[in-house]
Design a binder for this molecule. Structure first.
Ligand SMILES: NC(=O)c1ccc[n+]([C@@H]2O[C@H](COP(=O)([O-])OP(=O)(O)OC[C@H]3O[C@@H](n4cnc5c(N)ncnc54)[C@H](O)[C@@H]3O)[C@@H](O)[C@H]2O)c1
Length: 461
């Protein structure tokens, strides 16, 4: 991807970036790693549903100072779908101020002011998926450490660019796949990868399908006027690089909080949304979290509508990933009798997360029926009692690898994109080269590695 300064600044740019002289010259500012005596100054970018979880965690960490909240929306009642709580930058500024007992948290409508702010050390990107790569890469260029929500990207080329930027910048990067900081997830992966189950014979993954995952959110596709909580600028900032096909159409089932993920302009449907969690465990347990499958086979998918409807990704799907060592992973949407989770079937036993990571009898299917001792866990784990967010902060202070770096998040979501591309090109089988990160012998599929940006946005590392 190439960078066009004019295009970038010209796209919904109410101001020019000031203190970021290196930004467009391809230079990277050095990340700041304060001593432990100083707090990490954090900017929150995206103040909707998931921000309730992430901001709550960061506020509990005395090493963190949230200095700015950013969202195009100032305040919208019932905006977040978390119990219909309000969303917007003011809502989260209030939370921060209440916690710190002062009014010092700033607010920004435009994320570029946050990444351009020299007092900000790190950002948490909690926007819809179509924004992740652009914001994360610009943040890294400015030397900001990045906590970026899953799914990392909407296209494979975005992830490749992010991995390059993470390497060039040297920042600490945590992908919001918080499952990796969960001890049950870790034990399941450990059992699979480190020989406790014997050689892995097969893996089974189930993730929510289309309408089954809508959690009661609006399905309404009638066009409406844009709600008053969006100014003209805010609406353009929300859309960002996504294709506008009807500038003034607000479609509740697509544009209300959380709903966008089922529509291909903003997300990858359930295969990326929940694949981000389940494929993460699948690849970690197979020892493939910096690689990927060599093929996708037996692909079938159904139940999708055109882009102007809510569900523009398959609502039901069934396929196999094949890995270089011959292990076959069967992936399907959840259905009666097929619960969400990952099941590793080995020669000596089976472990399954179906039913939830918190389920007390989670490990009973493992034939030894005991928990692993600490000494038997070889996979990375955060410090005792540290959340995924705290692990990110540990990494900033200590300048060391943490739970879910950019490459791991990229490789996880690449598996999901491979499946979505298979659907797009109408193939039953595609071969994938995980080293070159290209499809083998299918140029129509390779043409979909890059998701085109609209509105003048371009991406460059
Ligand atoms: N890790 C998890 O378990 C988990 C759970 C839910 C959501 N998520 C992820 O969190 C992200 C946000 O999801 P959500 O459910 O909170 O969605 P949401 O629609 O409820 O909130 C997104 C927020 O981002 C804001 N936003 C849009 N464009 C922006 C921009 N340019 N700059 C700043 N803010 C912008 C929106 O106005 C909104 O307030 C998604 O990537 C989603 O996949 C992760």
């Amino acid at each position: 991807m190439s960078l066009s300064r004019r295009a970038f600044l010209g796209a919904a740019a109410p101001f020019a970036l000031g203190g970021c002289r290196n930004l467009f010259a391809g230079g990277y500012a050095a990340p700041r790693r304060p001593p432990v005596s100083e707090r990490i100054n954090l900017g929150i970018i995206g103040c909707g549903t998931q921000a309730y979880g992430n901001v709550g965690q960061f506020l509990q960490d005395p090493r963190v100072q949230i200095v700015v909240t950013c969202d195009p929306v100032l305040e919208a009642p019932g905006y977040s779908y978390k119990a219909h709580l309000p969303g917007g930058r003011l809502v989260f500024k209030r939370q921060v101020d209440e916690k710190y007992g002062n009014a010092s948290c700033r607010m920004e409508e435009d994320w570029r002011r946050v990444v351009d702010d020299p007092t900000v050390d790190a950002v948490a990107i909690i926007t819809p998926d179509h924004w992740h790569a652009l914001i994360a890469i610009e943040a890294m260029k400015h030397g900001k450490h990045v906590y970026c929500q899953k799914p990392l990207t909407v296209g494979i080329a975005e992830g490749q660019a992010m991995v390059r930027a993470a390497k060039k910048s040297g920042v600490t990067f945590q992908v919001g796949n918080q499952g990796r900081s969960n001890s049950a997830h870790r034990v399941a992966a450990e059992l699979a990868i480190n020989g406790y189950l014997g050689a892995i014979k097969s893996v089974h993954v189930a993730i929510p399908g289309g309408s089954g995952g809508k959690w009661g959110h609006g399905l309404e596709t009638a066009r409406r006027t844009i709600p008053p909580y969006f100014t003209k600028e805010a609406w353009a900032l929300w859309q960002g690089p996504a294709a506008h096909w009807e500038d003034d159409a607000f479609i509740p089932g697509i544009h209300e909080p959380m709903c966008w993920r089922w529509n291909r302009r903003y997300g990858g449907g359930m295969i990326t949304d929940f694949g981000a969690h389940e494929f993460d465990l699948m690849q970690q347990g197979l020892g493939m979290d910096r690689s990927g499958p060599v093929a996708i086979e037996n692909f079938t998918a159904a139940d999708w509508q055109d882009d102007r409807n809510v569900f523009s990704w398959a609502g039901s799907f069934d396929f196999d990933f094949v890995y270089a060592n011959g292990v076959r992973v069967h992936v399907t949407n959840m259905k009666p009798g097929v619960g969400r989770g990952v099941t590793f079937v080995g020669e000596k036993g089976t472990v399954s997360t179906v039913g939830g990571l918190q389920r007390p009898d989670y490990l009973r299917k493992w034939n030894e029926k005991r928990d692993l001792k600490d000494s038997e866990i070889h996979l990375y784990r955060p410090k005792d009692g540290h959340s995924h967010e705290m692990d990110f902060i540990d990494g900033i202070y200590e300048n060391r690898p943490i739970c879910t770096d950019c490459e791991i998040g990229h490789r996880t979501i690449s598996a999901a994109h491979i499946a979505n591309i298979c659907e797009r090109v109408g193939a039953k089988t595609l071969k994938w080269d995980p080293v070159a990160e290209r499809f083998v012998g299918n140029e129509a599929a390779n043409a979909l590695l890059e998701v085109p940006y609209s509105n003048g946005y371009t991406l460059a590392v």
